[in-house]
Design a protein around this ligand. Structure first.
Ligand code: ZN
Length: 55
């Protein structure tokens, strides 16, 4: 997974592969840990809407 190697600076938002920003040397983090699928995410709201009594 090459995505897990990509990191983003917490200060300037620069993308890098280093655990520290090459510009300001601050700590970087993973930009968006994808642990869930978007379908599951919206499926929760969709099911909530369907659970409401209609008309
Ligand atoms: Zn930075």
């Amino acid at each position: 997974m090459t995505d897990s190697l990509l990191r983003v600076c917490r200060t300037c938002g620069r993308y890098t592969l280093s655990p520290n920003c090459p510009v300001d040397h601050s700590e970087t983090r993973t930009p968006h840990p994808v642990r869930f699928s978007p379908q599951d995410r919206w499926g929760k709201y969709r099911r909530a809407l369907q659970a409401e009594p209609g008309s």
